[in-house]
Design a protein around this ligand. Structure first.
Ligand code: NI
Ligand code: NI
Length: 139
């Protein structure tokens, strides 16, 4: 286990109140837990900035399957990037709407390209890419 270092932290009262509110909202047990989580989150986000760092991403899409050419467009994007796509799953939300989740494992840059292409397809109502890093660099 890594050694835990202690250090003092100073911040303005309103910033500290913000930290406590955030901590309460997210259910952290202590200020230390909250600060650790925030630092980790920033470090992960910084890794995504590096276009060659490998990420695992989930791309969630909600769309109307009746929309003309949409299914073809979504399939086409996924075939173009087939090496980066781990799997995808689909569920029918109601008579018209579908939910699709595509899992990608690739560079941060390509994950964003795939997500942008899928989300830009006409008929997609809502969607988002959520990434986490694997800590690897892709050569
Ligand atoms: Ni196919
Ligand atoms: Ni469906």
């Amino acid at each position: 286990m890594a050694t835990v270092e202690r250090f003092g932290l100073s911040m303005e009262g309103d910033l500290l109140a913000g930290l406590d509110a955030l901590s309460a909202a997210r259910g952290y047990a202590s200020r230390s837990d909250a600060v650790r989580a925030l630092v980790r989150q920033q470090l992960v986000e910084q890794e995504w900035q590096d276009p060659q760092s490998e990420v695992i991403g989930t791309i969630t899409l909600v769309y109307d399957h009746d929309h003309h050419d949409l299914l073809h467009a979504l399939t086409d994007v996924q075939h173009r990037h087939h090496r980066a796509i781990v799997c995808s799953t689909h569920t029918h939300l109601d008579e018209a709407n579908c939910l699709e989740v595509v899992i990608v494992r690739t560079t941060s840059r390509q994950a964003h390209q795939i997500a942008d292409a899928l989300l830009a397809a006409r008929g997609v109502k809502h969607g988002r890419l959520v990434c986490t890093t694997t800590g690897r660099q892709v050569p």
